[in-house]
Design a protein around this ligand. Structure first.
Ligand SMILES: NC(=O)c1ccc[n+]([C@@H]2O[C@H](COP(=O)([O-])OP(=O)(O)OC[C@H]3O[C@@H](n4cnc5c(N)ncnc54)[C@H](O)[C@@H]3O)[C@@H](O)[C@H]2O)c1
Length: 700
C-alpha cells in the first residue's frame, strides 16, 4: 500500500501521508510526496493541503537510512517541488514536525498547526545541521536571532511559540483537517499570494553589529568544541548575506562535513545507545512489572530531596522519612527552593509548583510506609545504618514493595541480607543533582527478582531518566571507573601538574568540568571521610590521596568552605587560583619523595581517559555492564563526558584499541604495573584489530 494518497475535496487537493509509526521521511514517502505534488499541478485543485495520518506529522528523517547510499528523490528535490508548486501548498501539522519534517513544512507556502503540536530542528543533537533548507528558511520567517537559538539548541517548541515566531501562520483549535481546509479556503478566496519563503530577503542592515560573533562566543561556552552549532551560525550568516541558492549550497556543504564528522558519528551512537540501554538481556519483553503508585524515600538530604521531586513531577505521591521534624522541615524547604528556582526560570507555573509540593509529605514514622509500592533509601553512606533501615522496611512495608537503595558504593547483597525478601531489593543509583541529572544506574543484586529489575528500568522512563543496568560490585559501573580516573588526576598533580592545568586539559577536551573542580563541588571531605574508614592498605598509595587529605586538614573542603583546590568568591562562587595550593602540592611531593617534572597536556588527557577505558574493559569482561554502549551512556549522562566523543568506549573505538593498548603498555613501563596492567579484553581486541562495538555485536 502506498504511503501517500491524494483526494480532491471540493477545489482543495489533500495529500495524505501514512508511514507509521512516525511518518519518517523514508524513500517511499519522499517519492510519494514528490509525485503527488507533481500530479496535482494540472488537476482541478486550487490549493493543496499536506496532512499526516497517525499520531504525528513527519517526525523527521529516517535515521536508518543514515550512512547508506542516498536514494532518489533527495529531500531537497521534494522540497523544491513543493516550493515551486504553481498552487499554494499548506502544511497541516499535528504531533511533531521535526528535522526534515519541519523543513518540508517550511517549504510549504503556509503552515497551520493544532495547539498540541510541536515543531523544531533537532539535527544539532545528532551533530548535524538541517540540510534541506532549514537554516535558510527559518531566519527568513522568524528572524536571525530566533533562528540562531532554535537551530543551535535543537529543542522542539510548542505551536503557540512557533506562531509567535511567525513559523506557523494559523493555529487550529479542533479538527486539524477541517481547520486546515477552512484556512485554505480563506487563502483561495482572498487570492493570497504564493508565498515562497525563499523569496523573503533579510536586510543585512537590520542585523545588530557583532551579532554572529557574539553568538559564536556564547556557543564556545555552551557547546564547547562542537562543530555543528558553529556551522549552523555560518549557514544563517549565509542566509543574510548570500542569495538563497548560494546559502543552500553552503548549507549542503557544511551538512556533509557534519555528517562525515566523528562528532556526529559519536552523537548518533549515543542516540541508539540510550535506547539500547533500556533493554535487559534475558528478560522477556512482556514480563509483567509491578505498579508504582506511591513512593517512600528515606533521608531528605541532598539526594533524597531531588529524588522525591522526580516522582512528584510525574504525579506520584512521595512520603519522605527523616530522623526528626527539623530534618523534615529542612528537606522540604530545599525542595521548595528548588521548585521556586525552576519557576523563576519559567520551567514551572505557580500552580504546578503547588501541585508538586502537595504530593510530597514528611514523616518520622516507618509505619506510614505500610502501603507504598517502592521505597528508595538515601541516608548516609554507612552499611550498618542502611542494614538497620532495610530491616525496618522489611517489617513495615507490604509484601511486594520494592526496596531500593541509592548507595554509591555499598554492596547491594549485604543490604538485601538485612531483609527476608532479598528478591525485592535493588539499587537505584541517582546522580547529583538528582532532579536534574538524567542517568539512573539500576543495580541488580544477586537475588533481585526479574520483575523488580524490569520495574526499575521502566520506572526510570516514567520519571524521565535514562536507565542503565549494572551488576552489583564496588562502585557499580560509573563510580568504579571514576576511581582510576581520579587516581591518575591525583598522580599527575603530585608528579608535576597543577589543578588549573588538569582541569583546563579535561575541560577543553569537552568534559563538563575538570576533576579538581568536581572534587571541590562535591566536597573533598567526602573522600576524606571514606578513607578514614579504611585500613592503611585499603587506602592505597598515599600519593593518590595525600594532597586531598592535606587540603581537608587545612579546612579546605571545596566550594562549601570557600576553598579547596581553588579559592571561591563567597558572593559569586567564581573560582580563582590559589598559590597556597601549589605550596601544598610541592610539600606533599617532597614528603612522598616525588621529583616534580613538567607534564604535557597530552599525557594528562591520555592517562585520565585511558585509565577510564581500561577499567571499562574490565567491567565488560566481568559482565558488570551489559554492553560497551551502556558504559558510554553512564559517562555521558552521569559524569559530564562530552557527548560528541560518544562516551569512553566509543571514544576508545574511534582512536583504535591497538593505540590505547600500546600507550597503556608504555605507561606500565614508566609507572609500574600496579595501575597499568592492560585489561585482558583490551589486549585481546587490540591484537585482533577489533573494537568494543564489534566485540559486543559478536556476543549479543
Ligand atoms: N551526594 C551525592 O552526590 C550522591 C550521589 C549519588 C548517591 N549518593 C548516595 O546517596 C546517599 C545519601 O547521600 P546524600 O548526599 O543525600 O546525603 P545527605 O547527608 O545530604 O543526606 C542524608 C540524609 O539522611 C538523613 N538520615 C540519616 N539517618 C536517617 C534515618 N535513620 N532515617 C531517616 N533519615 C535519615 C539525614 O538526616 C540526612 O538528611 C548516600 O548513600 C550516598 O552515597 C550521593
Amino acid at each position: 500500500m502506498s504511503s501517500v494518497s491524494y483526494e480532491l475535496i471540493g477545489d482543495i487537493g489533500v495529500i495524505r501521508l501514512n508511514n507509521p509509526p512516525v511518518n519518517a521521511l523514508s524513500q517511499g514517502l519522499r517519492e510519494g510526496i514528490w509525485g503527488a505534488i507533481k500530479n496535482a499541478q494540472g488537476d482541478a485543485s486550487k490549493a493543496l493541503v499536506l496532512v499526516c495520518e497517525g499520531r504525528t506529522f513527519i517526525a523527521g528523517a529516517d535515521i536508518t537510512e543514515f550512512g547508506k547510499p542516498p536514494q532518489a528523490p533527495a529531500l531537497s528535490e521534494v522540497i523544491a517541488e513543493i516550493e515551486n508548486s504553481c498552487k499554494p501548498v499548506i502544511a497541516a501539522i499535528h504531533g511533531t514536525a521535526l528535522g526534515g519534517g519541519f523543513e518540508v513544512a517550511l517549504a510549504c507556502h503556509y503552515r497551520c498547526a493544532i495547539a498540541s503540536a510541536k515543531v523544531g530542528l533537532p539535527e544539532v543533537k545528532l551533530g548535524l545541521l538541517p540540510g534541506a533548507g532549514g537554516t535558510q528558511r527559518t531566519p527568513r520567517l522568524a528572524g536571525v536571532a530566533a533562528a540562531l537559538e532554535l537551530i543551535t539548541k535543537g529543542s522542539p517548541i510548542p505551536a503557540s511559540k512557533a506562531k509567535s515566531m511567525k513559523l506557523i501562520d494559523r493555529a487550529i483549535d479542533d479538527d486539524l483537517l477541517e481547520g486546515a481546509l477552512a484556512f485554505t479556503r480563506e487563502l483561495i478566496t482572498n487570492e493570497a499570494p504564493l508565498r515562497r519563503v525563499r523569496d523573503i530577503v533579510i536586510d543585512p542592515d537590520s542585523i545588530p553589529e557583532g551579532l554572529f560573533d557574539d553568538f559564536r562566543k556564547r556557543l564556545e561556552k555552551r557547546s564547547r568544541g562542537q562543530l555543528a552549532p558553529q556551522h549552523i551560525v555560518t549557514c544563517i550568516e549565509a542566509a543574510v548575506h548570500q542569495p538563497f541558492d548560494q546559502g543552500l549550497a553552503k548549507e549542503l556543504d557544511l551538512f556533509i562535513e557534519c555528517l562525515l564528522s566523528s562528532q556526529s558519528a559519536a552523537l548518533r551512537h549515543l542516540f541508539f545507545a540510550e535506547r539500547t540501554a533500556t533493554k535487559v538481556t534475558g528478560l522477556p519483553k512482556d514480563l509483567p512489572t509491578r505498579e508504582i503508585k506511591s513512593v517512600g524515600i528515606i533521608g531528605g538530604g541532598t539526594m533524597g530531596g531531588g529524588i522525591a521531586m522526580n516522582f512528584a513531577n510525574v504525579g506520584i505521591p512521595v512520603k519522605l522519612v527523616e530522623i526528626d521534624q527539623t530534618a523534615i522541615n529542612r528537606g522540604l524547604a530545599v525542595i521548595d527552593k528548588n521548585y521556586t528556582i525552576s519557576m523563576q526560570k519559567g520551567k514551572l507555573t505557580e500552580g504546578q509548583k503547588t501541585h508538586c509540593l502537595s504530593l510530597i509529605s514528611g514523616t518520622t514514622d516507618y509505619a506510614d510506609l505500610a502501603d507504598v509500592d517502592l521505597v528508595i533509601e538515601a541516608v548516609f553512606e554507612n552499611m550498618e545504618l542502611k542494614q538497620e533501615i532495610f530491616a525496618k522496611l522489611d517489617h513495615s512495608c507490604k509484601p511486594d514493595t520494592i526496596l531500593a537503595t541509592n548507595t554509591s558504593y555499598q554492596d547491594i547483597d549485604q543490604i538485601a541480607a538485612a531483609t527476608n525478601r532479598p528478591q525485592d531489593v535493588i539499587g537505584m543509583h541517582f546522580f547529583s543533582p538528582a532532579n536534574v541529572m538524567k542517568l539512573l544506574e539500576v543495580v541488580r543484586g544477586s537475588q533481585s527478582a526479574d520483575d523488580v529489575i524490569a520495574t526499575a528500568m521502566q520506572l526510570a522512563k516514567t520519571i524521565k531518566k535514562v536507565p542503565v543496568l549494572a551488576i552489583n560490585c564496588y562502585g557499580f559501573i560509573g563510580n568504579r571507573m571514576l576511581h582510576p580516573y581520579g587516581r591518575e588526576s591525583q598522580l599527575c598533580l603530585i608528579e608535576g601538574s597543577t589543578p588549573e592545568q588538569i582541569d583546563s586539559v579535561m575541560q577543553s577536551w569537552g568534559m563538563a568540568m575538570g576533576p579538581m573542580a568536581v572534587g571541590d563541588l562535591a566536597g573533598l571531605d567526602i573522600g576524606y571521610k571514606a578513607r578514614q574508614g579504611l585500613s592503611e592498605s585499603g587506602r592505597g598509595d598515599p600519593k593518590t590521596y595525600c594532597i586531598a587529605d592535606a587540603l581537608v586538614e587545612m579546612g579546605r573542603l571545596g566550594q562549601k568552605s570557600g576553598a579547596g583546590y581553588y579559592r571561591y568568591d563567597p558572593e559569586t562562587r567564581a573560582r580563582s587560583s590559589d598559590p597556597e595550593v601549589l605550596e601544598v602540592i610541592e610539600a606533599q611531593a617532597k614528603r612522598q619523595g616525588v621529583v616534580r617534572r613538567e607534564i604535557s597536556d597530552e599525557e594528562i588527557l591520555n592517562r585520565l581517559t585511558f585509565a577510564l577505558i581500561n577499567e571499562g574493559a574490565k567491567i565488560l569482561e566481568e559482565g558488570i555492564a551489559q554492553r560497551p554502549s551502556d558504559i558510554d551512556v553512564v559517562y555521558v549522562y552521569g559524569y559530564g563526558f562530552p557527548p560528541h566523543r560518544g562516551g569512553p568506549m566509543h571514544y576508545a573505538d574511534s582512536i583504535g584499541l591497538k593505540e590505547i593498548y600500546e600507550k597503556i603498555c608504555t605507561f606500565r613501563q614508566q609507572h609500574g604495573d600496579t595501575y597499568w596492567t592492560p585489561a585482558p579484553l583490551l589486549e585481546r581486541l587490540a591484537q585482533e584489530g577489533k573494537t568494543f562495538a564489534q566485540w559486543a555485536d559478536g556476543k549479543i
